[in-house]
Design a protein around this ligand. Structure first.
Ligand SMILES: [Zn+2]
Length: 353
């Protein structure tokens, strides 16, 4: 695919190769706090014609035809770059490095790879894993796949086992199969960079350039690190609270029942529940009926707060009745569970028969 011009990329700070060097000088405080993984997809295609070099994944291949296109036409690098930029929700390679700009004419595509790695790290990410599929009829890529993987892993600053590369032919059909084009697909997952990597980058940057104020750089770093910790801590705490609440909700009726049961046989003057038990089954059943009626009234009146209150009263008195009759909540839950796989109508029929 030929690059198309577009978007003023000055705001992104990646207009010129020279500016990438100055990018590296930006202290780590400008890095963003990454939360959660991000997925990106890339696709690229170049025409193959005589008098062009065939370079894929940084490997120069001996072949009669080569890639037509901007820069050195490395469809694999272009495709990898697009997937990483996509995962970062950034403009694509053609917008970041417009082909109308003579700066990129014949440029080696590893420049785009390095720039993309910088952008990815500035946003607080690194490669989780990358899967590349190259479609080329000729020449055979199997002898070169290892080197391509190594090049990609090195340029993106990740371990080799995070990069996979497959090569396919196009079964001699269409432009790809007739060796008139080469295509590439990539899928990438980016993951937040561990804090120690951020720290290493900061140290590397601080030692590579003259730092006017090392103390303030250190403070910036501390701030960024503590912000990252706080974000993760807050997310973790919220998840734990939610799980605890869910567990408590699940056990609230069981806990109520246990409390009620413990009052059985106690001195009637010691608690309301003990007094209710002392009045006997008829009185308890009658209370359940009364609370049921209150629920009905609240329902008909469409009074939600009252419905909640009366439902709680009903469940309390129902639990007293269960405890008095020796019915365990589990027996009721089992009955409900046995109905889960039955349709409403079938269940009703089985009850009425
Ligand atoms: Zn391309």
């Amino acid at each position: 695919m030929a690059f198309v011009g577009g978007l003023g990329v000055g705001d992104l700070g990646v207009r010129r190769r020279a500016s990438f060097a100055s990018q590296r000088r930006r202290p780590a405080v400008l890095r963003m706090v990454a939360v959660g993984p991000r997925v990106g997809h890339g696709f690229d295609l170049h025409r193959l014609e005589p008098d062009n070099k065939l370079i894929l994944g940084g490997v120069v291949l001996d072949h009669s035809v080569g890639c037509v296109g901007h820069s050195d036409g490395d469809a694999v690098y272009h495709c990898v770059v697009d997937s990483v930029l996509g995962a970062l929700s950034m403009p694509d390679i053609g917008q970041l490095f417009p082909d109308k700009d003579p700066e990129w004419k014949g440029a080696p595509s590893d420049v785009f790879m390095r720039a993309t790695k910088d952008l990815m790290e500035e946003k607080g990410y690194e490669i989780g894993n990358l899967d590349v599929t190259v479609i080329l009829e000729k020449p055979k890529l199997s002898p070169h796949k290892g080197k391509m993987r190594e090049n990609i892993a090195e340029l993106l600053g990740c371990d080799l086992d995070r990069v996979n590369l497959k090569a396919k032919t196009h079964e001699k059909v269409d432009a790809l199969g007739e060796n008139r084009a080469v295509a590439c697909h990539t899928v990438v997952m980016l993951v937040p960079r561990p804090l120690e990597h951020e720290a290493q980058s900061t140290v590397a940057e601080a030692t590579a350039v003259t730092v006017d104020d090392p103390k303030s750089l250190a403070q910036d770093w501390m701030q960024m690190a503590s912000k990252r910790v706080m974000v993760n801590l807050e997310a973790g705490t919220a998840a734990i609270r939610e799980a605890e609440a869910a567990i408590q909700n699940e056990h609230v009726l069981q806990n109520l029942y246990e409390t009620i049961k413990s009052r059985k046989g106690a001195d009637p003057s010691s608690s309301w529940t003990a007094k209710l038990f002392s009045k006997g089954r008829s009185k308890i059943s009658q209370k359940v009926g009364e609370e049921g009626t209150e629920v009905v009234i609240a329902g008909i009146r469409d009074d939600k707060p009252e419905l909640i209150k009366e439902s709680a009263d009903l469940l309390y008195h129902l639990s007293v009745l269960w405890a008095d009759a020796g019915v365990e909540p589990d027996e009721v839950w089992d009955e409900l569970r046995s109905r889960e796989n039955t349709s409403g109508i079938a269940e009703k029929q089985s009850r009425s028969s």
